[in-house]
Write a protein that binds this ligand. Sequence first.
Ligand code: IMP
Length: 178
Amino acid sequence: MSMAPLQLEKLLDEKKIAARVKEMGAEITKLCKKEDLIAVCILKGSFMFYSDLIRSIDADVRTDFLGCSSYGNATKSSGEVKLTLDLTHGIQGKNVLLVEDIVDTGLTMDFITKTLQARNPKRLITASLLFKPKALKVDFKPDYVGFEVGNEFVVGYGLDYQGYYRNLPYIAQVTSMQ
Ligand code: IMP
């Protein structure tokens, strides 16, 4: 069964996203000064941003993946965060870059950064493609932000609504939801 289509309005097109992701990659390259970096993709929403971002980082990057779920099928944060897949490698004494799609209430990244800090990395830096500053419920701000957005629900470029729309090459705002 397919889902009823939502009304979407394009918010950020492919060109704009690609240009900003390149800039972020260049900034992160400067920061790591050729040191080793473990880039962590926070599944599932950041897979597309992650694959573009790491190709813009000119350093010795190793990849790892962290599964996290906080939303189920709803569009509001439950506040409950759980790890669904842990990292394959230890991060003690390493430079770690956490790559997230969007920071909304901040609860997910607050939980993940606390969990990973307890493993004593050398340095933990965070990059999020999107940031909803008005929705923030905890004191968390990513070190690198692609774009600040309002409280509207967005899909595309990895972000989903009930599992759909992740394959849209651009980011759209949902203008009506049944
Ligand atoms: P937070 O814990 O409230 O910061 O939410 C983070 C997670 O909620 C993100 O990783 C997304 O998976 C999801 N999320 C928050 N806002 C949106 C949105 O506008 N569209 C799609 N997913 C969202």
